[in-house]
Design a protein around this ligand. Structure first.
Ligand SMILES: N[C@@H](CCC[C@H](N)C(=O)O)C(=O)O
Length: 318
């Protein structure tokens, strides 16, 4: 993290540097407690270094956030230009960074916040029921405006370690503070990497200490976000429910993770067998997300994530 020592007559303070964004108008918003700082860089001239991201996301010396999102026109990024060849309508690209400055492919809560930002800034019009295509490093995602927020087609999910999970029910083991022994788990890719662990009967999510990153063996090539889940009783056989806590790659424990909720529902549905429902409510510390598995026209199964967006403030970085 970039820091500089600035001496004042009163003493010495550690100042964080976000010079690249000084004077930039930003929005602070969250989706179920997963909070982000968003800014518009329409022509791609205000990219940021990892140090700047970390400084802005710092909860004591900066605005604070689980991530920083740059709204940039796709044509100004090489990865955006590639997407435009197949999806010329994906005008805007979500350039997503974790709080530590690392780049992530996708963010399920962030993409709702991102689209809400575009709407509020008058950069797109999106009436209720209309759809918008967004470029991300995980590919193009289609976002629809609903009566209570946004629903995102997250595309298909897959097991990160091939068929091993289908054969054995798990493909890795996870250790974490508060777990007595390492647990079998599955690693799932939904544009970004996740590993899902179910707690055993009688274990409680609040017994976990997620200050330190859980250990995953084998670790997916790009690292992983880790979700701990407890399936909840549900009366309605068409609607599954689960509770989840998450340790995010590049952040630490967060109040919510949209892609994590999708991965958690996919794993729990897989473990439950063919009778498992296609609709899930995922309870996270910051609220409830809806995850639905739908057949796609190309024969694959897509995951649709829906949830709210709340704007906290707009501000100018000084
Ligand atoms: N909170 C996000 C996921 C953000 C990226 C993640 N930390 C990663 O590195 O993959 C979500 O809502 O999906």
């Amino acid at each position: 993290m970039m820091t500089r020592m600035s001496e004042t007559t009163e003493g010495t303070e550690r100042a964080m540097g976000w010079q690249e964004l000084t004077g930039t108008r930003v929005t602070k918003a969250h989706g179920t407690g997963n909070d982000f700082v968003v800014y518009t860089d329409a022509d791609g001239s205000r990219d940021v270094s990892p140090d700047t991201v970390a400084a802005v996301c710092d909860r004591h010396m900066g605005l604070g956030g689980d991530g920083l999102i740059r709204a940039v026109r796709s044509r100004h990024l090489p990865e955006g230009q590639r997407l435009l060849e197949r999806h010329p309508d994906a005008e805007w690209f979500m350039d997503y960074r974790n709080a530590d400055g690392s780049v992530a492919q996708m963010c399920g809560n962030g993409v709702r916040v991102f689209v809400d930002h575009l709407v509020r800034e008058g950069l797109v019009t999106l009436p209720r029921g209309a759809r918008l295509r967004i470029g991300t490093r995980a590919g193009v995602r289609t976002v629809a405006r609903t009566s209570s927020g946004y629903a995102v087609d997250m595309g298909p999910w897959s097991f990160s370690h091939g068929d091993t999970a289908r054969e054995r029910g798990s493909d890795c083991v996870v250790s974490a503070a508060g777990l007595t022994v390492p647990r079998p788990a599955v690693s799932i890719d939904i544009g970004n990497p996740h590993t899902v662990v179910a707690l055993s009967e009688g274990e409680k999510l609040d017994g976990l200490d997620l200050h330190a990153a859980p250990t995953v063996d084998p670790l997916p090539a790009d690292g992983t976000n880790v979700e701990f889940v407890v399936p909840l009783d549900h009366d309605d056989s068409d609607l599954g429910r689960l509770e989840m806590r998450v340790h995010e790659r590049g952040v630490g424990e967060t109040h919510s993770c949209g892609t994590g909720a999708c991965a958690a529902a996919a794993a729990t549905r897989f473990w439950g067998g063919p009778e498992s429902p296609d609709r899930w409510f995922v309870q996270v510390p910051g609220g409830v997300l809806s995850v639905t598995f739908v057949p796609a026209p190309d024969g694959t199964e897509h995951v649709v994530l829906a949830g709210p967006v709340r704007v906290v403030a707009t501000a100018e970085l000084r």
